[in-house]
Design a protein around this ligand. Structure first.
Ligand code: THU
Length: 149
């Protein structure tokens, strides 16, 4: 799977994206963990979308900030994510959990960039050898080619 290196990617205003994530974090509903999270992403048409975590008395039902963000992606017109950041209650960069890396991958533009605790990384770096929609398309193409042999 080809990767767009960070230096060749779009020019991202990370400060503005982080500010949007920090504002979203102030809306978190996290009475159980007291760990509010805010996320913000840039969509391929230039929109900025946000999300915050929403916990539940049945803890496992908790929605991470990324869940709200992906819901907002679709409700506001769809598209693919080109840049993403996530912050904790102090406004510091937070790594998306494993499940949310998969969630973000599903909706990522190829070469999507993430602001991480170790700098700007691509989605392929934070979820190596991923399984997602692009892989399913590749498998389907392989199957079709085999059937045509
Ligand atoms: N959390 C997120 O919102 N996103 C992540 O990627 C990591 C974890 C939330 C879930 C829970 O409400 C709180 O952080 C503590 O785990």
């Amino acid at each position: 799977m080809s990767t767009v290196p960070p230096t060749d990617g779009p020019r991202i205003d990370w400060e503005a994206l982080r500010a949007a994530a920090r504002e979203a974090m102030t809306h978190a509903y996290a009475p159980y963990s007291n760990f509010p999270v805010g996320a913000a992403a840039l969509v391929d048409d230039g929109r900025t979308i946000v999300g915050c975590n929403v916990e539940n008395a049945s803890y496992g039902v908790t929605l991470c900030a990324e869940c709200g963000l992906v819901s907002q992606l679709h409700i506001s017109g769809g598209g693919h994510l080109v840049a993403f950041t996530c912050v904790d209650g102090h406004g510091n960069i937070l790594m998306p959990c494993g499940r949310c890396r998969q969630l973000l991958y599903e909706h990522s533009a190829e070469g999507m960039l993430l602001e991480t605790v170790s700098g700007i990384r691509t989605i392929d770096e934070v979820l190596p050898d991923a399984f997602g929609p692009r892989q399913l398309v590749a498998y389907a193409a392989e199957d079709a080619a085999e059937h045509n042999d």
